[in-house]
Ligand binder design. Structure first.
Ligand SMILES: O=C[C@H](O)[C@H](O)COP(=O)(O)O
Ligand SMILES: C=C(OP(=O)(O)O)C(=O)O
Length: 362
């Protein structure tokens, strides 16, 4: 019989364990001021209002595929805020501030996991940088949207978030559905990467129910979390399996699936990912097709998601080569000028439909 040390039994494949500050410590260091907390809650209410159809604007979740450089994200936020104000009567604009990237296999996992983009994995800096940026963005009056990927990180950031997403790769995961059931903001559930919509509808049903799950409390101690269920989860159609699903037939089928499951029948359409074939030049075309459906009276479409940054396209971070300021290091994004054109087109669709419904034709 071989005798073995305990480390090898427990941590044979964990090379290092580095302490991480507690959520409470980060929240104390970077608190959400009460006035900003008010605008986060207001943002959540407005998103829920659009999803319920009581607020008749279109919801637009727009911003970089991922944030890797807070300075560029802030320049983007300033520009977006001006557009959000310009179109405030027609569009509810939420900035995509994505810090966690779910990967198909391997790749950069986002600013929280690896803020230096070099695999060193300094999550303490990552969480601190992410929270500081969310405070800057919500401080500008822009509601923020994030994808929740690691259940543990939600406690460090969720108080600043007005819209959340569970991504295509995790929508079938019980852990993520439970997480969504306890989140305080509306959460979009993406359809699966292979195009199946059923698991996202199931995720909406699952997250609406209360759950009991293991987690951490604000002090970082292990805890049993009892959730109430989240009634504001909704479907996001992002295409998949080599095909888009933003067309009229797919939208009607998805709405029918929601109704059959007894869920509220409004959804968002992601103009990127499987709906654009990850080609940023196709996003405006997808948005145009969505706008046309809205104008044709499809009330089931509550809004869209767009991947946009200052500079069009994408780049690979390479050692010793400076990055282009404001260009995505993950999926290719629309550039700024195109983004303004797309927002303007969506605002027109929203205005026209509202005018039609009130009988106003000016
Ligand atoms: O939105 C970003 C990517 O589509 C997502 O993280 C998956 O990327 P990957 O398939 O390149 O890993
Ligand atoms: C990863 C994303 O999308 P999806 O989960 O639809 O692939 C994303 O929106 O960044």
């Amino acid at each position: 019989m071989t005798t073995t040390g305990l480390d090898e039994v427990i941590d044979g494949r964990v090379e290092r364990i580095v302490p991480l500050m507690s959520p409470m410590r980060l929240l104390d260091e970077l608190p959400l001021p009460p006035a900003q907390a008010g605008s986060v809650v207001d943002g959540r209410r407005q998103v829920a209002g659009v999803l319920a159809g009581t607020d008749r604007r279109l919801l637009v979740v727009v911003g970089p595929c991922s944030v890797h450089d807070p300075a560029a994200a802030l320049v983007y936020a300033d520009r977006l805020r001006a557009q959000a104000e310009r179109f405030a009567e027609d569009l509810l604009v939420v900035m995509r501030v994505y810090f966690e990237k779910p990967r198909s296999t391997t790749g950069w996992k986002g600013l929280i996991n690896d803020p230096a983009l070099d695999g060193t994995g300094d999550m303490t800096t990552g969480l601190r940088t992410a929270r500081a940026l969310l405070l800057e963005i919500t401080g500008r009056g822009l509601p923020a949207g994030v994808e929740f990927l690691e259940p543990l990180t939600a406690r460090y950031l969720a108080d600043t978030v007005s819209w959340g997403a569970i991504g295509a790769r995790t929508v079938e995961s019980q852990v993520h559905r439970q997480l969504a059931s306890g989140l305080s903001m509306p959460v979009g559930m993406k359809n699966c990467p292979d195009g199946r919509v059923g698991p996202a509808v199931d995720a909406i049903t699952t997250a609406a129910a209360p759950h009991v799950m293991p987690g951490i409390d604000d002090s970082g101690a292990p805890a049993i979390l009892h959730t109430t269920g989240n009634p504001d989860c909704h479907l996001v159609l992002r295409g998949g399996g080599g095909r888009p699903n933003h067309g009229p037939a797919e939208v009607s089928a998805a709405l029918a699936a929601l109704r059959a499951a007894g869920r509220r029948g409004r959804l968002l359409i992601d103009c990127s990912h499987g709906n654009s074939g990850k080609d940023h030049l196709r996003q405006p075309l997808v948005a145009e097709e969505v706008a046309a459906q809205v104008e044709a009276g499809q009330r089931g479409i509550a809004g869209v998601m767009l991947e946009s940054f200052l500079v069009p396209g994408r780049q690979d971070p390479l050692p010793r080569r400076p990055l282009t300021f404001g260009q995505s290091v993950t999926d290719a994004c629309m550039g700024w000028d195109t983004t303004v054109d797309v927002l303007s087109r969506l605002a027109l669709a929203s205005l026209k439909t509202r005018a039609k419904r009130t009988g106003w034709d000016g």
